[in-house]
Design a protein around this ligand. Structure first.
Ligand SMILES: [Zn+2]
Length: 303
C-alpha cells in the first residue's frame, strides 16, 4: 500500500508547441512572427521570406527540392521494421510503427531515391523527422547502406540529408550497429573514389551525428540548425559549466571548424551540384530503360 496518495489529479502538462508547418492557409513564422501565406511559403521552399527562418520539411518535399523536375526513382520502399526486441514503452513498438506508417505515409524514417541534380545522376537519402523523430533503426541503416552500395555499383555520388533525433531506442543495440554498418559502406564508397555530401538540417543529433552525418567529403548545414550529439542540458550537467551562446547551432559549428558550409535552402541544390562537379562527378543521368538521357550536362570536367 502506498504511504502517500494524491487526492486530486495533477495539473495537466502544457501542450507541446508544434514546430512543423501546420495545416491551413496561414502560418506564423516562429522567429519574426510574420504571418505567411502557406502557398507562398511552399514556393519559397518553406523558408520565411522576411527573416529566412527555415521551417522543417518532410523527406519527400526535400527530394522534390533537390531533384531536377522533382522526379526520382525510389528504392527499398517497402522495408519495414519487424520489432526484433518486441519492445514496449508507453505502448507497444509494433502499434507505434503501425500508427506512424498510417499518419506519415512512409514505411520508415528515410526515403532513398536516385535522380538528377542539375543533370548529375545522384543517389539521395532524405530522413523523415515525422517518423518517430527521424530515428535511425535497422530499416534506416539498411536502406542507407543499400543506397551507398547502389551508388558504388553505378558510380554515382551520394547525398544524405540528415534530420534525426538519433538512434531508435526501441531497437536497442541493433540500432546502434547501424552506425558501424553505414560507416563501413561509406568507407567503401570512399575507396571507390565517389563523392559523398552530408546535408545537416534541424535537428541532427545523437547516433546520426556520431556516424554518417559528420563523414561527408563536405558537411553542409542549413542555417541555425541544431547539430550535436548529446543535448545541451546533459552537457551542462556533466561539465558543470554554462554553455556559450548559439552552442550546437550551424553557425557556431562552422566557426569551430566542425562543418564546411552553412547554406540557405534556396541555394542548396545549386551548391550541391557545384560541389559534385568540383569533386569530379559529372556523370549524366543514367542510361535508364527509356534511353532518353537528357543532353543537358556539359562534357566531363575532371579535377
Ligand atoms: Zn520569419
Amino acid at each position: 500500500m502506498a504511504w502517500f496518495k494524491k487526492a486530486r489529479k495533477p495539473i495537466a502538462p502544457a501542450t507541446e508547441k508544434q514546430s512543423r508547418v501546420p495545416e491551413g492557409l496561414w502560418v506564423k513564422c516562429p522567429d519574426c512572427s510574420q504571418i505567411l501565406y502557406n502557398k507562398d511559403l511552399a514556393t519559397n521552399l518553406h523558408v520565411c521570406p522576411k527573416c529566412a527562418h527555415h521551417f522543417r520539411i518532410g523527406a519527400a518535399e526535400r527530394l522534390r527540392t533537390l531533384f531536377d523536375g522533382g522526379v526520382w526513382i525510389e528504392y527499398d520502399k517497402d522495408l519495414v521494421s519487424t520489432d526484433p526486441l518486441q519492445f514496449t514503452d508507453t505502448k507497444p513498438y509494433k502499434e507505434r510503427l503501425k500508427a506512424t506508417i498510417e499518419s506519415t505515409g512512409v514505411k520508415d524514417a528515410v526515403i532513398v531515391g536516385s535522380g538528377a541534380i542539375d543533370g548529375i545522376e545522384t543517389i539521395v537519402a532524405a530522413m523523415e523527422y515525422g517518423f518517430i523523430g527521424g530515428s535511425m533503426g535497422v530499416v534506416v541503416g539498411e536502406k542507407i547502406t543499400r543506397a551507398i552500395e547502389r551508388a558504388i555499383a553505378t558510380g554515382s555520388p551520394v547525398v544524405i540529408v540528415c534530420c534525426s533525433g538519433g538512434a531508435r531506442m526501441m531497437e536497442g543495440a541493433l540500432s546502434l550497429m547501424q552506425m558501424a554498418k553505414v560507416c563501413g559502406a561509406l568507407a567503401r564508397l570512399d575507396r571507390a573514389r565517389l563523392p559523398y555530401i552530408a546535408v545537416l538540417t534541424d535537428p541532427t543529433t545523437g547516433g546520426v551525428t556520431a556516424s554518417f552525418a559528420m563523414l561527408g567529403d563536405l558537411n553542409i548545414a542549413e542555417p541555425k540548425a541544431l547539430i550535436g550529439f548529446a543535448g545541451p542540458r546533459v552537457i551542462e550537467q556533466t561539465i558543470r559549466q554554462k554553455l556559450p551562446e548559439g552552442f550546437q547551432r550551424s553557425e557556431f559549428l562552422l566557426d569551430k571548424g566542425m562543418i564546411d558550409f552553412v547554406i540557405d535552402r534556396r541555394e542548396m541544390k545549386a551548391a550541391i551540384a557545384r560541389a559534385l562537379r568540383f569533386m569530379g562527378a559529372s556523370k549524366a543521368a543514367a542510361p535508364a530503360p527509356a534511353a532518353t538521357a537528357p543532353a543537358t550536362t556539359e562534357p566531363a570536367q575532371q579535377l
